[in-house]
Design a protein around this ligand. Sequence first.
Ligand SMILES: *[C@@H]1O[C@H](CO)[C@@H](O)[C@H](O)[C@H]1NC(C)=O
Ligand SMILES: *[C@@H]1O[C@H](CO)[C@@H](O)[C@H](O)[C@H]1NC(C)=O
Ligand SMILES: *[C@@H]1O[C@H](CO)[C@@H](O)[C@H](O)[C@H]1NC(C)=O
Length: 406
Amino acid sequence: MISFMFLLFVAPEALFSSTDVAVISPQDPALHIGSSLTATCEVSPDLGLHASGIYWTLNGVRVSSSNYSIVSSNVLSVTLHALSGSKQKSGDNLVCHGEDGRILAGSCLYVGLPPEKPVNLKCWSHNAKDLRCKWRLGGRGETHITTKYTLKYKLRWHERENECENYSTVKKDYSCYIAGNIALFTPYQIWVEATNQLGSAASDITYLDILDIVTTDPPANVHVSRVGDLEDQLTVQWASSLQLKDILFQAKYQIRYRLEDATDWKVVDDVGNLTSCRLAGLKPGTVYFVQVRCNPVGIFGSRKPGIWSDWSHPTAASTPASGQLQRPSCDPKPAEQNTLRRELKQFFGWLRKHAYGCTGMSIKLYDQWRVWLQKSHRTRIQVGKQNRTFLFTHFIVTHKKRKDSP
Ligand SMILES: *[C@@H]1O[C@H](CO)[C@@H](O)[C@H](O)[C@H]1NC(C)=O
Ligand SMILES: *[C@@H]1O[C@H](CO)[C@@H](O)[C@H](O)[C@H]1NC(C)=O
Ligand SMILES: *[C@@H]1O[C@H](CO)[C@@H](O)[C@H](O)[C@H]1NC(C)=O
């Protein structure tokens, strides 16, 4: 490999000079997958080598002599059929060897596909101060040979075409980042060009106004704390984004939370512009993960909503344990159970009329219910209270599940 690299760099200037031995043509061709190639190796006459004494390798594997043809005493050709895509972007190695195995000359074969037009071009702007665009490769994506992607943009009413310079690729997401000099009130035209040795293709043009694609940082300092001894509630608080003071927009928020060992999140989407919220109907003695995100609204007076920020880092907190609830013996008497069910039905009929989530109303109702529950437990048998609390918690959880499922 090392000697081959050496040859690659040296051969072009040294063709048939006093120390040179052979030349392959075509040198470093680009070819479509599935095509065939006939290449020749012309050995310097000074070497006194006959074409019948030399052989070819492709990526280090000797090519069968049935594919050779002697063109003249010092020229041997090889025909490769139905080429498959280059195994590495730097090309496949086609090498011509002397009888003793030494390398006479080498060529790189770039076997691949022309690019297809890039798709899913999407852009967003952080606090209206920069621009990041992301896209995916068109078709099957893989071209097998080096393909260059260039994000270009133009301001409407301006002729000048600009190129983005700061590219990155994460898995299948290609992106480019423009930091600064963002025009806020002039529409942009943005597209991506893909080019390789076999062709080029451009994405559709995206037309956008920066103010329509503004996003921001996730809320900082998310704190989750207990609400006294209430075993089924947690309070979430966070700080509004610093940028809110800096640029002219307001914010609305969303919260999502899940059990420590669950994968599905429940979303509270009626938080509005509050910066705290009480979650109710949680399981006692359980760890929850909570995240908050922010959506900038009213950007420079625009009526369109912005783009949701990323979720904040998950914050964990646990609800207080409820010793009573975990006692196994809570078989209610049938009569007691029926009363409970009737009461619960009434309560939830009442509750359902009001928005559930962060609105103070349902929390207040819930608190009232709790107070009532505590009062009534003094006059009822213990087992009844346990059961009611259990049913209540269970109902909230399933009720919410039903609400949250699509
Ligand atoms: C050599 O030729 C045979 C048919 O003559 C073909 O099947 C084979 O794929 C060829 N080898 C290469 C490396 O192209
Ligand atoms: C390139 O983009 C990254 C973010 O993707 C940013 O952190 C970095 O500062 C940028 N570099 C330049 C030179 O703009
Ligand atoms: C929150 O929204 C209300 C109206 O929905 C508005 O009156 C209030 O000023 C907003 N507060 C903040 C801090 O944006």
